[in-house]
Design a protein around this ligand. Structure first.
Ligand code: ADP
Ligand code: MG
Length: 514
């Protein structure tokens, strides 16, 4: 007997918020930027609160609270007027306090939705969009890191107390692709809003996946297992796929699924049982007596709402409709807020041709930025051979060209002052020298002539040449292409400066008069 099964998946996503200090303690966590916290000496980012020394009291980091509220507003969640802090008690040396400060019954955000995009039939075609409901998001502190070396274990509390927002979805996801799409969508939202960088390799985004199975068409929620600490996109994808198949195998063999916590072994490509799942009461949650409940007023919400960017998928649809940009171009622009701002500034400077502006940004500007970054990395690293390949994503922060200058080049091309081909070369020079398009065009004498009087004079001379007789006759007898044999000599006589569109117009008119 065989059924068609579907996966039912809910994710718990831990995101490290972009704040300068820890969530309840004054220590810095050197978040993001160029500093990788993992490269910092162990146990140097600590203080009496992080270590829970007697008498040290926690104080809530306002920035962490505000970033959490901004996230809630971004996903359309409810921000309850009051939220408060609980102790999650457990005994393990990654926590110096033997409890983790977290939120159980009164989290900072409740509900909300995230729009996801599934992979399309090809990279050039927009995939299906779906809305995933969130259950809530709560703020908590991260714990320290244990390294098990030889006979002993080492503990590093640098990460302890770092602000984590735990985003919990409803069990709305139906496949590993949807889970991956959700992670990407959340990352795009958080990066756009400057809430978090979500670099999974730096541990800034981690995920637990809850998976159960049921027959297609059923609405029950069956017993689930929870895979802990998936810290890469491929880990999330593979662990869910493995677990889906494993549960089907168990059920088909007549066994029941046990509710348990499982680990993921990327080397064997399997999940394995860690422990039977602990329930909330195992943690003996109780309200933290050291921290006050937090009130977030309507006025605070309004102030924070005003700082939010347009949501990426909304922006993408707007670009496609308002500027008639193709999907491929928008999917390069939209994940990068600075790139979007750059594009919009350039369009504001030259509103007539958003597509030309977008093309120049996505093709030429990004190519030059990547090349510049690569050569910079090569210069700076004699020791590391692979450094050039490890270049981080390009950033507009390094862009020597203002959006208005780039727009100026598109404008010169659109006005026929230079050809599209010339524009490519001018662009490279603008990028390298920081000079304006007009200055380069003038210095090189590239200005095309659109003076139809002058062009007409040249064309008349060319038409009078004996070598023109044959193409003229052919054109007259209906061979459209014969006109090209006349354009060549005209361009040559103008030393390449005649605007090809003007040449075409005038040539057709004069041929008509013959
Ligand atoms: P707990 O209180 O044990 O943490 P929650 O009800 O808070 O459990 O759910 C945790 C996560 O598990 C959520 O993302 C939720 O969507 C998901 N989840 C709950 N039930 C199921 C199920 N039957 N199958 C798959 N995922 C589930
Ligand atoms: Mg839970």
């Amino acid at each position: 007997m065989s059924f068609e099964y579907e996966a039912v998946i809910g994710l718990e996503i831990h995101v490290q918020l972009k704040t300068r200090s820890k969530v309840f303690a004054p220590s810095s966590y050197l978040y993001g930027g160029d500093v990788d916290p993992k490269s910092v000496e162990p146990n140097t980012l600590i203080d009496p609160v992080v270590l829970a020394l007697p008498g040290a009291l926690p104080v809530l980091n306002k920035a962490a609270l505000e970033q959490s509220v901004r996230f809630g507003l971004l996903v359309g969640a409810t921000i309850p007027p009051v939220s408060n802090w609980d102790r999650k008690n457990y005994f393990y040396p990654d926590s110096p306090k033997n409890y983790q400060l977290s939120q159980k019954d009164f989290p900072i955000t409740i509900g909300g939705e995230v729009e996801i995009e599934l992979p399309g039939p090809s990279r050039n075609i927009m995939g299906e969009h779906k809305v995933i409901r969130l259950n809530h998001a709560h703020l908590e502190e991260d714990v320290g890191k244990l390294s098990h070396a030889g006979a002993g274990s080492l503990v590093d509390y640098n990460r302890a107390g770092a602000p984590l927002l735990e985003i919990v979805t409803e069990p709305d996801l139906r496949s590993s692709e949807e889970a991956v799409a959700l992670l990407n969508a959340i990352r795009m939202l958080l990066v756009a809003a400057g809430i978090a960088d979500c670099d999974m390799e730096k541990g800034q985004m981690r995920c637990d996946a809850n998976v159960s199975i049921r027959q297609h068409g059923e609405t029950v929620l069956n017993t689930r297992t929870e895979m802990k600490n998936l810290n890469s996109i491929s880990g999330v994808k593979n662990a869910i796929e493995y677990e889906f198949k494993r549960q089907i195998r168990e059920v088909e063999a007549g066994k029941t699924i046990r509710q348990e916590t499982r680990g993921w072994n990327a080397e064997t490509g399997r999940t394995y049982s860690l422990r039977s799942k602990e329930d909330a009461h195992d943690y003996r949650y109780f309200p933290d007596p050291d921290l006050m409940p937090v009130q977030v007023s309507e006025a605070d919400q309004a102030r924070l709402a005003a700082t939010l960017p347009e949501r990426p998928y909304l922006r993408q649809r707007r670009y496609m409709e308002e500027f008639a940009l193709p999907y491929t171009i928008t999917s390069v622009l939209v994940p990068d807020r600075l790139l979007c701002e750059y594009f919009e500034a350039a369009v504001a400077a030259h509103p007539a041709n958003p597509q030309g502006v977008a093309n120049l940004i996505v093709n030429d500007l990004l190519r030059e930025l990547t090349a510049a970054k690569k050569s910079g990395a090569e210069e700076n690293s004699f020791a590391e051979e692979n450094a050039a390949e490890e270049v981080a994503a390009v950033s507009l922060a390094d862009c020597p060209l203002k959006a208005e200058e780039l727009a100026g080049l598109v404008k010169l091309t659109d006005e026929g002052v230079i050809s599209k081909q010339q524009a490519k070369d001018v662009f490279v020079e603008m990028f390298q020298t920081g000079k304006s398009a007009a200055a380069i065009v003038d210095a090189k004498g590239l200005r095309q002539s659109s003076d139809s009087g002058e062009i007409e004079k040249i064309i008349r001379e060319v038409l009078a040449l004996p070598s023109s007789e044959k193409p003229i006759a052919e054109f007259k007898s209906g061979n459209e292409k014969a006109i090209n044999s006349l354009k060549g000599p005209v361009m040559k006589a103008s030393k390449g400066k005649a605007n090809p569109q003007v040449v075409d117009q005038v040539l057709r008119r004069l041929l008509g008069e013959l």
